[in-house]
Design a protein around this ligand. Structure first.
Ligand code: URA
Length: 219
């Protein structure tokens, strides 16, 4: 794969803009360059202390050019609201910047291949190096796999723990789409505890009310 040039000088905003310019014309995966509407680079504050990493753009993201604008994105926004944060204060990017192509006349999404994720990872690592967030939350097993390679264990076992990429602590948790398909309180609480752990690491205030979100009602 061609090496991504991480712009070394300028403000974070300038360096990220230069990286975006490189990324949006990427042709490393010819099939994705052909099928995509556009590259979905990432969105948010270049100075963000908190970064979320997802899997890949879906149909909505491919169309709008922004990560997490579909149904999963709505849930991610709710999670941010619970944290008393806004999208403008954080940064959101995916492991894969292009929508995984689908066979003609099929709908839905496919998981990015190992090869696609390896090809795209230098862009994500360049984003991480420029933004230099204090904490990354990795959304779902595919995001973890994209960041760290294939894992010997499941996302259920990785969540609740800290991993690390390029010196930045990474908190794996379930993907919002997994929550949309599994409406149970215990699962929501697990994700919320991962977000609380991220908030704690960021030194953000956590209210008593926030501490108690998604706990089972007292018997
Ligand atoms: N799911 C993801 O992992 N990323 C997006 O941008 C949208 C949905």
């Amino acid at each position: 794969f061609p090496v991504t040039i991480v712009p070394a000088t300028g403000t974070k905003t300038e360096r990220l803009a230069a990286l975006r310019a490189q990324t949006i014309t990427c042709q490393i995966c010819p099939h994705l360059a052909k099928s995509r509407t556009q590259v979905v680079f990432g969105v948010g504050d270049p100075e963000a202390r908190l970064m979320f990493v997802g899997e890949a753009p879906g149909a909505d993201e491919d169309e709008q050019g922004e990560p997490f604008v579909g149904l999963s994105g709505k849930l991610l926004s709710k999670m941010l609201t619970a944290m008393e944060l806004t999208r403008e204060q954080i940064y959101i990017a995916n492991v894969l910047k292009c929508r995984p192509d689908m066979p003609a006349k099929t709908s839905g999404n496919r998981k990015p291949t190992r090869h696609e994720m390896e090809a795209c990872l230098p862009y994500l690592r360049a984003q991480i190096s420029i933004i230099a967030p204090v904490v990354i939350v990795a959304l779902g097993s595919t995001a973890v796999e994209g960041l760290f390679g294939p894992q010997k264990t499941t996302i259920s076992r990785l969540r609740g723990t800290w991993m690390e990429i390029d010196g930045v602590p990474v908190r794996p948790t379930f993907h919002p789409s997994y929550l949309l398909h599994n409406q149970n309180l215990a699962l929501k609480r697990q994700v919320w505890e991962d977000l609380l752990a991220a908030m704690e690491r960021l030194g953000l205030p956590i209210s008593k009310k926030q501490q108690g979100y998604f706990l089972p009602p007292p018997a």
